[in-house]
Design a protein around this ligand. Structure first.
Ligand code: NAD
Ligand code: LMR
Length: 324
């Protein structure tokens, strides 16, 4: 067995944390032969709840779980971290303006980025799940100038998985028949799930569905699925979000030919360099790479531009607040 990998999870006592930690402990994040040390970061009032989750983790007697530390201290949480899953965030509450939300999250992701810069291992990989995920990742990345920018990512894998599932149901095929699907842009209602480059059983997905379903049903239902879950469950998606976080990190570490992830733009596809935007990506040797040469038709161009404009506006807002 290899030496344990240190995995830090913020917001560990929350509902995503509860679904995520047991899957990490069972080896699904990194591999079935990779032991893990868990570091759970919580705010002080939630430490007791995190202790309860840790008791349950111990009760699982997971062979790969080397240790669990629970803390409200950033240095302790990120010291030597190889993987950081930034899940805890400030949710929008009644009366809160967008600027207030960004400022409140800047107060979380700025210091966490700084702590990662100062204390994490040199191979640190960061996935931001807490919303607004892309811009929270941007804030953390700017607060960690010594860490290569491409180690900071935000999660659009849940959107990717949702899109695959909805398309598979529409075409009555297994999810495994769907290839080369891409989520572009922001993890928000402006995201663009692209079926023009998606292939199902060797044929274009867009050619197998009618345009009315693609534009009037598929795109809005994928983009608003998070809100639909909140309405149905009375709480935001948790197990599916945890599952997508597992998929994202597993593929980052172990490699994949094609998925969607929000990564720092290098200017590809006209997305301004520096924005953390979702792209078609592959992973090899522990590095994401934006897949080049994907055709973008006029319809897709308009959708991508709209989502990227929203990301640029969020970036400008946090810049004005002095957060980046
Ligand atoms: P939750 O409210 O159940 O849990 C959040 C936890 O974070 C709480 O235990 C809270 O104490 C903790 N926390 C708050 N501030 C913290 C800080 N500064 N440091 C450490 N911990 C802190 O929420 P949840 O359902 O687990 O969701 C977490 C986040 O994930 C939310 O922002 C949610 O919107 C987001 N989310 C993202 C996606 C995605 O696809 N990117 C999907 C679902 C949910
Ligand atoms: C989701 O996509 O399920 C979440 O981002 C929704 C939310 O607002 O927490």
């Amino acid at each position: 067995m290899s030496t344990p990998v240190t995995v830090t999870v913020t917001g560990a006592a929350g509902q995503i944390g509860y679904a995520l930690l047991f899957r990490i402990a069972s080896g699904q994040l990194l591999g079935s032969d990779v032991p893990v040390r868990l570091r759970l970061l919580e705010i002080t009032p939630a430490l007791q709840a995190a202790e309860g989750t840790a008791m349950e983790l111990n009760d699982g007697a997971f062979p790969l779980l080397a240790s669990i530390d629970i803390t409200d201290d950033l240095k302790t949480a990120f010291d030597g971290a190889n993987v950081a899953l930034l899940v805890g965030a400030r949710p929008r509450t009644a009366g809160m303006e967008r600027g207030d939300l960004l400022a409140a999250n800047g107060g979380i992701f700025g210091p966490q980025g700084k702590a990662i810069n100062e204390h994490a291992a040199s191979d640190i990989k960061v996935l931001v799940v807490g919303n607004p995920a892309n811009t929270n990742a941007l804030i953390a990345q700017h607060s960690a100038p010594d860490v290569p920018a491409n180690r900071f990512t935000a999660m659009t894998r849940l959107d990717h998985n949702r899109a695959i599932s909805q398309l598979a149901a529409k075409l009555s095929v297994p999810v495994t028949a769907i290839e080369h699907l891409t989520i572009w842009g922001n993890h928000s209602a402006t995201q663009y799930p692209d079926l023009y480059n998606t292939v199902v059983n060797g044929r274009s997905a867009a050619e197998q569905v009618d345009e009315e379903w693609l534009t009037g049903t598929f795109i809005p239902e994928v983009a608003q699925r998070g809100a639909a879950i909140i309405k149905a469950r009375g709480a935001s998606s948790a197990a599916s979000a945890a599952s997508a976080a597992i998929d994202h990190v597993y593929d980052w570490v172990n490699g994949t030919d094609w998925t969607s992830a929000a990564v720092v733009s290098d200017g590809s596809y006209g997305v301004p360099a520096g924005l953390i935007s979702s792209f078609p990506v592959r992973s090899a040797d522990g590095e994401w790479e934006i897949i080049q040469g994907v055709p973008v038709n006029d319809f897709s161009r308009g959708k991508i531009d709209a989502s990227v404009a929203e990301l640029a506006a969020e970036r400008d807002a946090v810049r004005e607040l002095g957060l980046i």
